[in-house]
Design a protein around this ligand. Structure first.
Ligand SMILES: O=C(O)c1ccccc1NCC(=O)[C@H](O)[C@H](O)COP(=O)(O)O
Length: 260
C-alpha cells in the first residue's frame, strides 16, 4: 500500500467523524464562510508579487518533522511581507501535523489568497475549507477520477472558491483538464515513492492550456530554479520545505525573494 493509499483511507474516517460532529449547515453558518474568496489568478499575475505560494509545513511523510517551533502567524505574516502571491497551509494532522486551527490563524494574519492544502475527497471538506478561511482548494488527480474532479471542482466554484488541480504526469493531466478549475499544478514529487524531479514540470508545462494558471510544486530550493521555471512558462511556485526546514523560515524566504 502506498502512502497516498494510507492517507486516503485515513481521510475517509476523518470526514465521517467530522460530519458526525459538525453538520454542513453549521459550517455554512460560520462567520468566515460568508467572506468573498480572494482570486488566485489576480494575485499570481500581479506584477508587484513574486509568484511564490509559500507553504506552512510542520511535517511530511517524506521528511518527518520539519519545523514544530515556528508560529503559524509569524511565518505567514513574514511570507506575506516578502510579496508572495498566496500562502498554503497543510491541514492534515496525521501525516503533516497540521490543522484547521492553523488555517484560521493564517487567515486572520493574511490579506493574500490562502490555500487549504488537504487531500480532498468529499464536498464536506470544501465547505470546511471556506468556513475556516481558505480561498483555494487543492484537488489531486492521483486520487480523484474525472467524474469526482468535475463534481468537486464545480461545487467549489459554486461557493466562490478557486480550484488548484494537481497532476504529476501526462496521463493525469490529459484526463483531468476541465473548465471548472482555475490553476494546474505539476507536482515534482512522486507521492508514492517521494522522488523529486523538476523534469515533471518541464515536461508538462507546454501541455497545459494557457487559460489556466501554471504552478510548479515541490522540491524548489533556489531562485535560479524559479527563473528556469518562469522561462519555461510557469507563473506560480509552491514552496514549503525549503523555508520551513530552517530555524527562521521568514529570514529564509526574505533572502530567497531578494535574489529573484
Ligand atoms: O511532502 C511530502 O512528503 C508529501 C508526501 C505525500 C503527499 C504529499 C506530500 N507533500 C505535499 C506537497 O505537495 C508539498 O507540501 C508542496 O508541494 C511543497 O513541497 P516542498 O516545497 O517540497 O515542501
Amino acid at each position: 500500500m502506498t502512502i497516498l493509499d494510507k492517507i486516503i483511507i485515513r481521510k475517509r474516517t476523518e470526514v465521517d467523524l467530522a460530519k458526525a460532529s459538525t453538520t454542513m449547515a453549521e459550517l455554512e453558518k460560520k462567520p468566515m464562510f460568508a467572506r468573498a474568496c480572494l482570486p488566485l489568478r489576480d494575485s499570481v499575475l500581479d506584477k508587484t508579487k513574486n509568484g511564490i505560494i509559500a507553504e506552512y509545513k510542520r511535517a511530511s511523510p517524506s521528511k518527518g518533522t520539519i519545523n514544530d517551533r515556528s508560529s503559524v502567524e509569524d511565518v505567514v505574516r513574514g511570507y506575506q511581507q516578502t510579496g508572495v502571491s498566496a500562502v498554503s497551509v497543510l491541514t492534515d494532522s496525521e501525516f503533516f501535523k497540521g490543522s484547521l486551527t492553523d488555517l484560521v490563524k493564517a487567515r486572520t494574519a493574511l490579506q493574500v489568497p490562502l490555500l487549504r492544502k488537504e487531500f480532498i475527497i468529499d464536498e464536506y471538506q470544501i465547505l470546511e475549507a471556506k468556513a475556516y478561511g481558505a480561498d483555494i482548494i487543492l484537488l489531486i488527480a492521483a486520487v480523484l477520477n474525472p467524474v469526482q474532479l468535475e463534481s468537486l471542482s464545480t461545487f467549489a466554484r459554486s461557493i466562490g472558491m478557486n480550484v488548484l488541480l494537481e497532476v504529476h504526469n501526462r496521463e493525469e493531466l490529459e484526463r483531468s483538464v476541465m473548465d471548472s478549475i482555475d490553476a494546474i499544478g505539476v507536482n515534482n514529487r512522486n507521492l508514492n515513492d517521494f522522488s523529486v524531479s523538476l523534469d515533471h514540470s518541464l515536461a508538462l508545462v507546454g501541455l497545459i492550456p494557457d487559460r489556466f494558471i501554471k504552478v510548479s510544486e515541490s522540491g524548489i530550493s533556489d531562485p535560479a530554479t524559479i527563473r528556469q521555471l518562469r522561462a519555461a512558462g510557469f507563473q506560480g511556485f509552491l514552496i514549503g520545505e525549503n523555508f520551513m526546514k530552517t530555524a527562521d523560515p521568514v529570514k529564509a524566504i526574505k533572502s530567497f525573494a531578494a535574489s529573484l
